[in-house]
Design a protein around this ligand. Structure first.
Ligand SMILES: Nc1ncnc2c1ncn2[C@@H]1O[C@H](COP(=O)(O)OP(=O)(O)OP(=O)(O)O)[C@@H](O)[C@H]1O
Length: 370
């Protein structure tokens, strides 16, 4: 999968042999490969009896650094020549291009969040996914492409944002909770977009992507319009989408629609990174039991059938709605909560799937942080 990058290795040969073997025996939980094979180990050195390891992850996972360093330290514990382990951990998020559309100059990866039908929580998932990628250390933007019901400005608490231009050519994005955002909602008044025909809407959206002055971004998350019609198809063909996430609810009807979404992305050669099952279950506030109001297993069954990962399951929870409707999505409203962690886990899996599901020749690796 990832292109081989040489490890800067100044360890004596016998020690190097042992250390590399132990590091490769530790499997990365998202890439399902040893740390050496997955190209995460970038440098090895020795300062007296202190082993220095440089690590660079191709997907954001800042919240996991402590645990990962601990398991590396543990794996080295009984090596005779070493008393101490020092790890320097960073990100090296590759730019992934799928299809033939030229990459956007400041954007490494574009993730489209789609759904076969409306109302399944696609925008809620897109906005929390974007904030979760940012919480894990990535530079993130969100584009609200849901022209007929732009909800991202409300969800990010920036609906008062007035678009402006510094250079007279491009539009400045809004910034909220550490992510850049652009939305048709900044341009059209309520109701006025509803009369736009498909090609006009698609054209306006492509323009919005290209003419927003995005800062350097590791990921641009696009909240796609619901459905699998012409607009979705045009967008997928005119914007360099690196991979797609499909949001569904467990009901058979929603998953049947999710299948249409998968088929559409397959048709335009955009890798489907996986499925998020939203409103999967409900935890009873009185007795703590897990209930499945919309049935269970639909997301997993669809994921298996199409051989794509199930990225995660989110509960039907009043707080998800309250947070997002109040402009303060769960990932930032309750960062220590179980729901925020569920979104961060989805973010790690999504970004890792981007690496594992793409062809090696489409990767361009560059270290972004240390
Ligand atoms: N897991 C959840 N628990 C509770 N409420 C949720 C959950 N996910 C989404 N909602 C709520 O469901 C409603 C629809 O969500 P959202 O707008 O994200 O769906 P959508 O699929 O983007 O809809 P549309 O297709 O209309 O754009 C919102 O009020 C949102 O707050």
């Amino acid at each position: 999968m990832t292109q081989e990058t040489a490890i800067r290795n100044t360890l004596p040969e016998s020690l190097s042999h042992v250390v590399l073997a132990r590091l490769d025996a530790l499997e990365d939980p998202e890439l399902n490969q040893g740390l050496v094979s997955a190209n995460i180990v970038r440098s090895l050195g020795l300062d007296g009896r202190c082993l220095q390891i440089g690590l660079a992850y191709p997907y954001p996972c800042q919240s996991q650094y402590r645990d990962r360093v601990m398991s590396i330290t543990q794996a080295m514990a009984d090596i005779e020549a070493i008393d101490e382990v020092e790890c320097e951990v960073g990100l090296a998020i590759p730019a992934i291009t799928a299809g033939s559309v030229a990459a956007l100059p400041t954007i490494r990866n574009v993730i489209a969040v789609g759904s076969g039908k409306g109302g399944v929580g696609k925008s809620t998932t897109a906005v929390n996914l974007a904030l979760a990628l940012a919480a894990e250390g990535a530079r993130v933007g969100v584009l609200d492409a849901d022209i007929y019901g732009p909800s991202i400005p409300i969800m990010l608490g920036c609906s008062d944002f007035e678009p402006s231009s510094v250079d007279g050519k491009t539009m400045e994005p809004a910034f909220a909770h550490g992510v850049a955002a652009s939305s048709m909602g900044f341009m059209v008044t309520e109701g006025n977009a509803a009369v736009w025909r498909g090609p006009m809407a698609a054209g306006a959206l492509v323009q919005l992507v290209n003419e927003t002055r995005w800062p350097e971004l590791d990921y641009l998350v696009i909240d796609m319009p619901p459905g699998t019609g012409d607009i979705q198809l045009t967008l997928s063909q005119k914007i360099p989408v690196s991979g797609a996430v499909i949001v569904t609810t467990p009901q058979e009807i929603a998953t049947a629609d999710a299948r249409k979404g998968i088929t559409m992305f397959n048709k335009v050669n955009i890798p489907v990174l996986g499925i998020v099952e939203n409103m999967s279950y409900h935890i009873c506030h009185n007795c703590g039991s897990k209930e499945h109001p919309f049935g269970s297993g639909g997301g997993l069954a669809t994921a298996k059938r199409y051989n794509v990962p199930l990225l995660g399951e989110l509960p039907l929870d009043l707080s998800v709605r309250e947070h997002v409707d109040g402009g303060n999505p769960s990932v930032v409203a309750e960062p220590e909560g179980a729901i925020a962690e569920a979104y961060r886990a989805i973010a790690r899996k999504t970004a890792a799937a981007l690496v594992t599901r793409s062809e090696p020749q489409s990767l361009a690796i560059e270290i972004t942080t240390d």
